[in-house]
Unconditional design. Structure first.
Length: 151
C-alpha cells in the first residue's frame, strides 16, 4: 500500500454497471478516506439506466459518471484492483492486491434484477472498507500497567 490514502480500482468489461455501482458505494461510504477509480476493458457509451435507477433508490447519484477505458496509469496508481467478470481481458499488474468479485452481470436487465446485485455489492464494499481501515489504522503505543501496592 502507498504512504498516502489507499486507492481502489474497480474493473469490469463495460464499466457500465457493476464497477460503477461499486465505485459509487465506496465513494459514498468511505468519503475522502479512499481514492476511487473505475474502468472497463471495453467501455460502453453510457452507464446502464437500470443501474442509475437502482443507485438513486439508495441515495447515490451516478448520472454524471461515464464509462472509462482501463489504463496502465489507473492500475499502477491503485493499491487494490477489484475485478468483476472481466476474466482474461483484465491485465495483471505486479504488487497490487487483487480481489475478484463474482457477480451477476446486470446488462440488459431491468431494475428489479439490478437491486439484488446492488445490495450484494454494498455488502462487499462494507467488508472492503473494514479491511482498508484495519490495514491503515495507526499503531497504538504499547499499554503499560503500573503495579500498585495498596492493601
Amino acid at each position: 500500500m502507498s504512504d498516502t490514502k489507499p486507492s481502489v480500482l474497480f474493473v469490469c468489461i463495460h464499466n457500465a454497471s457493476r464497477s460503477q455501482m461499486a465505485a459509487g458505494f465506496l465513494t459514498h461510504l468511505a468519503g475522502d478516506r479512499v481514492t476511487v477509480r473505475s474502468a472497463g476493458s471495453a467501455p460502453a457509451d453510457t452507464v446502464n439506466p437500470a443501474v442509475l435507477e437502482a443507485m438513486n433508490e439508495v441515495g447515490i447519484d451516478l448520472s454524471a459518471e461515464t464509462p472509462k477505458i482501463l489504463t496502465d496509469e489507473a492500475a499502477l496508481a491503485s493499491d487494490y484492483i477489484i475485478t468483476m467478470g472481466c476474466g482474461d481481458t483484465c491485465p495483471v499488474y505486479p504488487g497490487k492486491k487483487y480481489l475478484d468479485w463474482v457477480l451477476t452481470d446486470p446488462a440488459g436487465q431491468g431494475v428489479e434484477a439490478v437491486r439484488p446485485i446492488r445490495d450484494e455489492i454494498e455488502g462487499l464494499i462494507k467488508g472492503l472498507i473494514n479491511e482498508i481501515d484495519t490495514k491503515n489504522a495507526p499503531l497504538l503505543p504499547p499499554l503499560t500497567i503500573e503495579a500498585t501496592t495498596d492493601l
